[in-house]
Design a protein around this ligand. Structure first.
Ligand SMILES: [Zn+2]
Length: 336
């Protein structure tokens, strides 16, 4: 799959008729879709439908590739390893992500075999700067004397960190940042709210914008659920005001709320949660004393509010009503 902003770079690559250049280095900012571009190229090279400028998607090769088991394709990515800190008790153990020499050695075996399907053998390395020095040197040997039919696609956010000798063995393809209008219309098609602000914050890289927006939403959701989990401290008016100011969409907040309430009720009825397993401990401590029937009635009213959430309305007022009703709905069951 290509992103809309990659069409012209793709056409230019095709027009150069160098499809079989044995090593291509794809560079550019993080978050512009270099990996998707590299995978699209790999799929095109391996596709067995004749003379297409893009993968057909239906031949054996395309289906194997999509399923992750094409015998003539390898994707080299970092393995997470603990740093050796035995000699330095003070330093903390940090996971470090490298492509190791063992991975490259295995790869060399792969590229020197003949292709299972009689075509090319394609290797994608991403990100190429994750190769440690030993791994890079091992790959270099293969790039210097490439076996026939072996194609390498290297992806890099930081091509200056690569060995110059590796760079010089590759044809470099620098993918540009997308035009703002193209990136914006794509982001809007993904239902991203405040797309322009997120795109700006991400320096114009659309996939990075999505990631950042997700992180922001996740943080907002966690904070919101933490408030719901502590009903004694919950202040419906100030919570409503805060959510309104954060400009989280009403449909999201009602979604979070309905799922939270559903989990509370479900735990009481069936002993398990469905939507927020990472919040189980909070849900368990709250659910013990609740009335599941009353909760499900409240759940219905949240769903009704959610139906209205796509129409323009006063978000703050909706929140206030919902949160006051929440406090009523989660009163402990009368004893006895
Ligand atoms: Zn195909």
């Amino acid at each position: 799959m290509l992103y809309p902003w990659q069409a012209s770079a793709w056409q230019a690559l095709q027009a150069q008729c160098e499809r079989h250049h044995h090593a291509l280095l794809i560079t550019g900012e993080a978050g512009i879709g270099k990996l998707a571009f590299g995978r699209h190229l790999a799929a095109t090279l391996l596709c067995e439908a004749a003379e297409l400028a893009k993968p057909c998607g239906v031949c054996d090769a395309c289906r194997w590739l999509a399923a992750g088991n094409h015998p003539d394709f390898r994707e080299l990515t970092p393995t997470v390893e603990e740093e050796d800190t035995e000699n330095d008790a003070k330093s903390k153990k940090k996971p470090s992500a490298w492509i190791t020499i063992d991975q490259v050695r295995e790869l060399n075996d792969f590229v020197h075999l003949s292709a299972h399907r009689g075509g090319l053998r394609v290797t994608l390395v991403q990100p190429a700067e994750a190769m440690n020095l030993a791994a890079a040197n091992a790959l270099l040997k293969t790039l210097e004397e490439p076996p026939s039919g072996a194609v390498f696609i290297l992806i890099s956010n930081h091509w200056r960190r690569l060995l110059p000798t590796i760079r010089s063995r590759c044809r470099q393809l620098a993918l540009p940042l997308p035009e703002k209008a193209v990136a914006l219309s794509w982001l809007q098609a993904q239902d991203l709210a405040n797309a322009e602000a997120h795109l700006a914050e991400a320096g114009g890289a659309p996939l990075a914008a999505i990631e950042r927006a997700d992180a922001t939403l996740l943080a907002a959701r966690r904070a919101f659920l933490a408030e719901l989990a502590d009903p004694g401290q919950l202040d419906p008016l100030s919570l409503a005001e805060r959510l309104d100011k954060q400009k989280v969409e009403v449909y999201r907040v009602t979604d979070w709320l309905s799922r939270w309430v559903y989990d509370l009720a479900r735990l009481g009825l069936s002993g398990s949660v469905r939507y927020y397993p990472d919040e189980t401990s909070r849900i368990v401590s709250l659910a013990k004393v609740l009335d599941p029937v009353r909760l499900m009635r409240y759940h219905d009213s949240v769903l009704a509010a959610r139906k209205l959430a796509f129409h323009p309305l006063n978000a703050r007022l909706v929140y206030e009503q919902l949160f006051f009703a929440y406090q009523q709905a989660i009163r402990p069951m009368p004893k006895g």
